[in-house]
Design a protein around this ligand. Structure first.
Ligand code: LLP
Length: 414
């Protein structure tokens, strides 16, 4: 569900025609719908109303500080994976005691920064990391709250690059090793064990892998409780998929019901780290057609957004619907490509797309998650602008980069 729709033949985001934004801000431009974001947070929150819970928006998919500020205002916490993300959420006005810190390779500096800020807990992914956190917390005679990330060895049936909960992945600690790690964690003087964490992958479109993981976690938590481990939180990560094309992922309500059914009697606060389901369909990438060219039997539409702006098709073979800004029904089969010097620089291949002429606008749908945050300056292309639409108004929330921006950190170095 989102608020991008045609009115009088023009694609709008809420009350604003996309053409207006393109004319005033230029292209390529990421455009987000505030109403969609707020609705998604509310729906997700309602899905967990039967259990004590905390939603921690995973910053990695869309870390624009103006977006983070909205989520902080709406009361969510944040799931971070770096010092940079901690800096962003603190600047955005986040309550530090609703911030959790994940990742397999946290540096000493990042751990100190998070301890000083007073985050809720670290998600620990290995024995050496636990030792390091203990030592750094001990330097100030402090205590670090930790959850251990359990790897339940469950196949999430998603793209291999975004599967994380199987033994072959670098993430988490197998359930048998995790038990041992909880034991040693309790011996460490500067560690307070507070929870169990698990995240099996992203863009998961079936309930079964979640249910499988939940069943294992439940047994695991009951064992820990029998051993007297004082748990307060079960952090079940993110992962709920969205519909990019024909996928039919479980609704947040069905997902929430599955989590609640397995965990309700455990007496824990359920922490969730969703993001794609919140921002994915709340944002688009708007591009302009530069030209069309034919190569033998192939037809190419070259647009002004490339793989540096949206890398998901090149990296994951992902499908993004392409909607013309001006409604029209005539279609042709084309490859939609960008200007970057790589054959991987495509947005769609052999796709039936509305017939567009140079200068016309094309919306790459469902680009709100892992779109701008994965953008780069490859080919020395300034990164796109970002706009947030709220009803009948819009706000520029990130300026388009300039050529000067491209070289700013390289100049005057002797
Ligand atoms: N928590 C942890 C520990 C994660 O690793 C992730 C995503 C999330 C939460 C949020 O998951 P979500 O709700 O979005 O499924 N760049 C890829 C996706 C990478 C996912 C990384 N981890 C893409 O564009 O599809």
């Amino acid at each position: 569900m989102h608020y991008f729709e045609y009115r009088d033949g023009q694609l709008h985001c809420e009350g604003i025609p996309l053409r207006k934004i393109a004319d005033e801000i230029g292209t390529p431009v990421y455009i987000y719908s505030e109403r969609t974001l707020q609705r998604h947070v509310r729906v997700f929150d309602e899905a967990f109303q039967s259990v004590p819970h905390l939603i921690c928006y995973a910053v990695k998919a869309n870390s624009n500080i103006n977006i983070l500020r909205r989520f902080a205002d709406w009361g969510t916490g944040f799931d971070i994976v770096s010092g940079g993300e901690l800096f962003r959420v603190l600047r955005a006005g986040a309550a530090a005691d609703k911030v959790i810190f994940a990742g397999v390779g946290k540096t000493a500096q990042e751990i100190r920064y998070a301890l000083d800020a007073g985050i809720l807990f670290f998600n620990v992914e290995s024995p050496p990391e636990l030792e390091l956190i203990n030592r750094i917390a001990g330097d100030n005679n402090g205590h670090a709250r930790v959850s251990i990330r359990a790897n339940p060895d469950v196949d999430p049936h998603t793209h291999p690059y975004i599967s994380t909960g199987m033994q072959k992945h670098k993430f988490g600690v197998s359930l048998s090793d995790a038990k041992e790690l909880y034991r040693s964690a309790r011996q460490l003087p500067n560690i307070d064990v507070v929870g169990v964490q698990c995240h099996i992958g992203s863009q998961i479109t079936q309930l079964a892998p979640f249910e499988q993981a939940l069943a294992s976690l439940r047994e695991f938590i009951l064992e820990l409780k029998r051993d007297g481990v004082p748990l307060k939180y079960l952090d079940f990560g993110g992962g709920l998929g969205i519909s990019y094309t024909t996928e039919e992922p479980p609704s947040p309500a069905a997902y929430g019901a599955a989590v609640a059914a397995t965990t309700k009697d455990l007496g824990l606060t359920i922490v969730l780290e969703p993001v794609r389901v919140i921002v994915g369909n709340a944002g688009i990438l708007l591009a302009r057609v530069l030209l069309k060219k034919n190569q033998g039997t192939k037809k190419f539409v070259v647009i002004d957004a490339g793989m540096n702006d949206l890398i998901r098709p090149a990296l994951y073979g992902s499908h993004h619907q392409l909607w013309p800004a001006r409604a029209q029904s005539e279609k042709e089969t084309v490859d939609v490509v960008g200007p970057v010097c790589e054959s991987a620089d495509f947005i769609a291949k052999e796709r039936d797309v509305a017939v567009l002429e140079p200068g016309e606008l094309l919306a790459v749908m469902s680009a709100g998650a892992y779109g701008f945050s994965l953008a780069s300056n490859y080919n020395s292309r300034p990164r796109a602008a970002e706009v947030l639409v709220s009803g009948e108004t819009y706000q520029l929330i990130r300026k388009r980069e300039t050529y000067e921006d491209l070289i700013r950190l390289e100049e005057n170095i002797h």
